[in-house]
Design a protein. Structure first.
Length: 208
């Protein structure tokens, strides 16, 4: 496989849903050495991220990320990714070998002006999302850290997104047979879109 070294610069668009996730559902997907951050009694914050990266990106591909919850190590809060799917084998290899991400291949079917997407792995629908009713906000940069496990070491890396953000109505469907349903089983608490997205994903560093 051939992939660029970190950092990766990714340009395109994305959708993000946020969900309150029961601690009992998040815990099996998060290493016990990490502290799960609660945002409400018995609940952490997770979500689904769907994106398409095109011209000008380090690699061109679509991506589905499931965050099982917020975690903390060395007093820094970050996201823990339980599932991640892309449609480019080079992205799979780079994600696994650079960041320790559990990337797998899947197929993405973007429809109706990229406002709807269905993600499948072989004959299994992983999830689908239909976006509508956008309320535009403003162009800004948001930085957020994430944790992963690389070669038995915990690592942390930052992702910085510059985009035209907006709030949307989103219908997210996760079939009961999908592996995502073990984490995501409630409607989104809030959903957002990111147009003219420029995402920079930094190289990871080992944390204690």
């Amino acid at each position: 496989m051939s992939y660029p070294q970190a950092p990766w610069t990714l340009k395109g668009f994305a959708f993000q849903t946020l969900h309150l996730i029961d601690l009992a559902k998040a815990s099996p997907f998060i290493p016990p050495a990490l502290e799960i951050v609660l945002v409400a009694p018995g609940k952490t914050l997770g979500g689904v991220y769907l994106s398409n990266y095109g011209a000008g990106s380090s690699l061109e591909y679509s991506e589905l990320i499931v965050v099982a919850g917020l975690v903390k190590r060395e007093q820094t809060i970050g996201a823990w990714v339980s599932h991640i799917y892309v449609d480019n084998p080079d992205s799979v290899a780079g994600g696994q070998e650079i960041w320790g991400m559990p990337k797998e291949l899947a197929a993405f079917d973007w429809q109706t002006g990229a406002q709807q997407v269905i993600v499948q792995q072989e004959n299994q629908v992983l999830c689908s999302l239909r976006a509508s009713s956008r309320v535009s906000l403003w162009r800004q940069a948001i930085a957020f850290p994430a944790y992963s496990l690389l070669n038995s070491n915990f690592v942390r890396f930052n992702a910085t997104a510059l985009a035209n953000f907006g709030l949307i109505s989103a219908k997210l469907e996760v079939p009961g047979a999908s592996p995502l349903a073990r984490v995501i089983d409630t409607p989104p608490t809030i959903a957002a879109s990111a147009d003219a997205l420029e995402l920079k994903v930094d190289a990871p560093r080992v944390v204690g």
